[in-house]
Design a protein around this ligand. Structure first.
Ligand code: AMP
Length: 486
């Protein structure tokens, strides 16, 4: 049963703001988290954007801060008391806007700082004094170093979208920021997943946290037509173009796992005459807004993006979603394709499985969505696959594309962290990791002398030690056996 905000005894200014926003009943995360935060305990919450998580932590924090609300205009009377950290500019901006609305009728001040724009206006805001500071880690460190932000009076810290922050490589930045905060404080950590890394982070920085988990939307809508194609890295673009053309797709998200892969794919599709725009972390704020606006206005058909850039975007229903790369996290698959087939509309989700760890990732998705995934071969319109025509010699640029997308992710974490903090840059080229034998040999029906794909998959040496688990291997083998016999 969901309960009403009126049961919470929120302070009048907060209750007024909530009423003005039209909220009546609490969402599940609000119902569970608000009383815990009000009681002063640390929280480890599994919840994603869109669940009402921002109000779940903002309202009780503001309520507690109201006890020492100050109407003085002196900056000294408005020290940073709550710090909210988020991985991307868009998310930080979104959360900051919500906090402002909830705090509208209080004397508590808030602001947001993120990279990619001039530091000066942010500095002025910080110098005026703010109680709630919403920030991305890199820019916050710049302000700390410039002595614009002083964090020694922080009472509450929220690590929001913590899994994303670690994915981007913000761990060292987070550790540094947390080292500036008083030990005596309340810490809230929200993450879509509780990976071992997240648990380690929580173990180091949270004290006896209360774990809160709201039901995850692990189900994919039945209105979404899902296809998984087995295709080599080289043929992914060709497959994408063919499907876009055959289906007459005019609006789709195309998800790519790396920023570099994202930029390159978008450029290549554009060269091929597809109306495309890219959205990834290396784009300036201005470029991102422009990309979004042109996609929303229908000026471009394909929005090529990374998960981080797509998070929190206010584009909820598109006719099709492509997973140009299989996501590393099965839950991201559900998020990604959740953008299509909403509210009973029909949607299309197309995923390309190629080399590397894709077999394992597909098996993870299958487990999560509790649906059997059949890998389909791509039948190209042209009879002569390009690889055979040109003797397997590829243009250097193509070589770079396939290689880079993998290499960025194969790098040691420290290197990726450094790259991410530096805002990308050209990643170091690591030697290609051994590839999964199954995926090096795309499924070719009726080829008598080929090692059956499922057998090869079963024998496969895990390329990066992740799929060594025998159960996973069997599952993958079964998966491919069914693909072969279907
Ligand atoms: P969030 O997950 O915090 O990004 O919130 C997602 C959206 O839900 C935002 O647009 C909020 O304004 C809205 N929202 C949050 N809580 C409630 C609520 N209890 N009732 C209705 N809408 C809400």
């Amino acid at each position: 049963m969901t309960s009403s905000f009126s049961n919470l005894s929120l302070a009048e200014p907060l209750a007024r703001a909530v009423a003005e926003m039209g909220y009546e009943t609490m969402t599940p995360i609000q119902e569970q988290a608000i009383p815990v935060v009000l009681s002063g305990q640390d929280v480890m919450g599994a919840a994603q954007t869109g669940t009402g998580k921002t109000a779940a932590f903002s309202l009780p924090l503001l309520q507690r801060m109201l006890k020492h609300e100050n109407s003085s205009t002196s900056p000294a009377r408005h020290p940073v008391r709550a710090l909210v950290l988020l991985p991307t500019r868009e998310l930080a901006d979104q959360v900051a806007q919500q906090v402002k609305l909830y705090a509208k009728y209080t004397n508590l001040r808030s602001t947001v700082v993120f990279g990619g724009i001039d530091m000066k206006p942010q500095t002025l805001e910080l110098k005026r004094g703010v109680e709630v500071l919403v920030a991305t880690p890199g820019r916050l460190l710049d302000h700390i170093e410039a002595k614009n932000a002083v964090l020694n009076q922080v009472e509450y810290v929220v690590l929001d979208e913590a899994d994303r922050m670690l994915d981007i490589g913000f761990l060292p930045d987070l550790q540094r920021i947390l080292s500036y905060l008083p030990k005596q404080r309340t810490t809230l950590l929200f993450s879509a997943t509780f990976s071992p890394e997240i648990k380690r982070l929580a173990g180091s920085y949270l004290q006896n946290p209360v774990t809160i988990e709201v039901a995850r939307p692990n189900e994919t809508a039945s209105t979404v037509e899902q296809h998984f194609y087995s295709v080599t890295d080289d043929d992914k673009r060709r497959a994408l173009k063919q499907i876009v053309k055959q289906r007459g797709i005019t609006q789709a998200f195309v998800f790519v796992n790396s920023k570099l892969g994202c930029a390159r794919l978008a450029r290549s599709l554009e060269r091929d005459g597809l109306r495309t725009t890219a959205l990834h972390g290396d784009k300036s704020q201005d470029e991102r807004l422009k990309a979004l606006a042109s996609f929303k206005a229908g000026e471009v058909d394909l929005l090529v993006c990374t998960d981080v850039a797509a998070r929190g975007l206010d584009i909820k229903d598109v006719p099709a979603v492509f997973n140009f790369d299989i996501p590393f996290n099965a839950e991201d698959y559900v998020h990604r394709i959740g953008r299509t087939g909403r509210a009973g509309a029909s949607g299309l989700a197309v995923s390309f499985a190629s080399g590397g760890n894709d077999a394992r990732l597909v098996a993870d998705i299958e487990k999560l969505i509790k649906k059997k995934i059949e890998l389909e071969p791509v039948e190209f319109e042209e009879d002569n696959p390009r690889g055979r025509i040109n003797d397997g010699r590829r243009h250097w640029r193509e070589e770079g594309e396939a290689g880079d997308a993998r290499d960025v992710l194969d790098q040691p974490r420290e290197r990726r962290e450094t790259e991410a903090r530096r805002g990308g840059g050209r990643p170091h080229r690591a030697p290609s990791a051994p590839r999964d034998p199954f995926f090096d040999k795309p499924y070719e029906p009726g080829q008598a002398d080929a090692t059956p794909a499922w057998e090869a998959a079963a024998k496969a040496t895990p390329s990066r030690g992740i799929s060594s688990n025998i159960k996973t291997k069997r599952k993958v083998a079964a998966l491919f056996k069914s693909a072969e016999t279907s």
